[in-house]
Design a protein around this ligand. Structure first.
Ligand code: NAD
Ligand code: UDP
Ligand code: UDP
Length: 343
């Protein structure tokens, strides 16, 4: 019952690596699972820009066609409605595996489906990578550190994760995805890369996805109070999406497996974040305290020395510069074009 999508000859990464510097780069065939989502669609833009052929595989659970429709009609672009929990046959050089809901509201909506996506979905993409000899990159998460007892978090830290909690479908799902990735690497010699992504924000985030930056921005724009959960003293580190995409591409092209933390080390309490949103959107914006959710990590901040040293990567966009770019996009979607204001 597997669908054969394409059997064109592939350009192997190994061949590409042998091209002398200065010669024109041979375009690659790249799959981006979850490519119609927030991060995926920005990655797709960069891959298209550098001349690659891109296949987006997405089931549109949280992704939207609007995020990639500017590429419709380009013969190098293909959009497939497909659930990664089902096997798929493609012929490609690289697989960026992003498919998985990222917002706690979305990943808790159907926890068993989240686990299947992380485990069976990742297994399928690794099986695909093994069959065609493609390089595979997993977008893991800072959530693998759970409610961390070490601060900031280094890649060597094994984490403090509740295996039976309401966030476990995501945390443990991603931890298993990392395990599978390393076992295909060790056992089947698949070329793999692992990125552990810290909280990322930017244009094209779902407006009502429940994540803190999108919530505060949408609330302040709509003149509603910003909902601070708990006492608001928990911390997160917020990365602008273009910095993340640069990190993911550098990692894919590098010779390092990882895992690598990709995040902005600038750390903010939720109350401080609310202040930045106030300064950016509306000095009169109010906050409202709400009961916190279960197992909410108290603090999170990446140690990015490894990515700095081995990938030559570090984030460039501070929160106060990145936030206005997201606000512009939200303003447009909430007030400008009413047809795309909802999910
Ligand atoms: P998103 O929800 O916007 O994108 C996820 C995409 O995957 C969506 O387009 C969705 O429709 C698709 N998808 C979900 N389940 C699928 C399935 N079974 N089959 C096919 N497609 C499926 O989220 P995002 O913020 O863009 O996150 C992308 C990746 O980065 C995720 O793997 C996430 O875990 C990881 N990540 C993101 C952040 C962040 O702050 N944005 C932080 C850590 C990790
Ligand atoms: N798979 C896939 N596309 C491929 C190759 C494999 O979706 O091009 C799936 C396959 O259906 C299986 C999984 O990936 O469910 C793991 O494949 P692998 O060959 O590693 O394991 P096996 O099929 O031997 O269990
Ligand atoms: N949070 C908040 N108000 C909101 C949404 C979230 O105060 O409207 C808090 C949440 O309790 C957590 C932090 O913001 O401490 C980040 O939550 P988010 O869902 O964005 O991502 P997480 O890092 O928890 O996956």
């Amino acid at each position: 019952h597997q669908v054969v999508i394409d059997r064109a000859p592939i350009l192997r990464s190994a061949q590409i690596a042998k091209i002398p510097l200065g010669l024109k780069r041979i375009p690659k065939r790249v799959v981006v699972t979850g490519g119609a989502g927030f991060v995926g669609s920005h990655l797709v833009d960069r891959l298209m820009e550098r001349g690659d052929s891109v296949i987006v595989v997405d089931n549109f659970f949280t992704g939207r066609k609007e995020n990639v429709m500017h590429h419709f009609g380009n013969p190098r672009f293909e959009l497939l409605r497909h659930d990664v929990v089902e096997p798929i046959l493609l012929e490609v050089d690289q697989i960026y595996h992003l498919a998985c809901p990222a917002s706690p509201v979305h990943y808790k909506f159907n926890p068993v489906k989240t686990i299947k996506t992380n485990v069976v979905g990742t297994l399928n993409m690794l099986g695909l990578a093994k069959r065609v000899g493609a390089r595979f990159l997993l977008t893991s998460t800072s959530e693998v550190y759970g409610d961390p007892l070490e601060h900031p978090q280094k890649e060597e830290y094994w984490g403090n994760v509740n295996p039976i909690g309401v966030r476990s479908c995501y945390d443990e799902g991603k931890r298993t995805a990392e395990t599978l990735t390393m076992d295909y690497h060790r056992g089947a010699s698949v070329e793999v890369r692992i990125a552990r992504i810290f909280n990322t924000y930017g244009p094209r985030m779902c407006i009502d996805d429940g994540r803190v930056v999108s919530n505060f921005v949408a609330q302040a724009l709509r003149k509603e109070p910003m909902t601070v959960y708990g006492d608001g003293k928990q911390t997160r580190s917020f990365q602008y999406v273009s910095d993340l995409v640069e990190g993911l591409m550098r990692l894919m092209e590098s010779e390092h497996v990882g895992p690598f933390n990709l995040g902005n080390p600038g750390e903010f309490t939720m109350l401080e974040l609310a202040e930045v949103v106030k300064d950016t959107i509306d000095p009169k914006a109010r906050i409202e305290f709400h009961k916190n959710t279960e197992d909410d990590p108290h603090m999170r901040k990446p140690d990015i020395s490894k990515a700095k040293a081995l990938l030559g990567w570090e984030p460039k966009v501070p929160l106060r510069d990145g936030l206005p770019l997201m606000v512009e996009d939200f303003q447009q979607r909430i007030f400008g074009d009413h047809s795309s204001a909802s999910l």
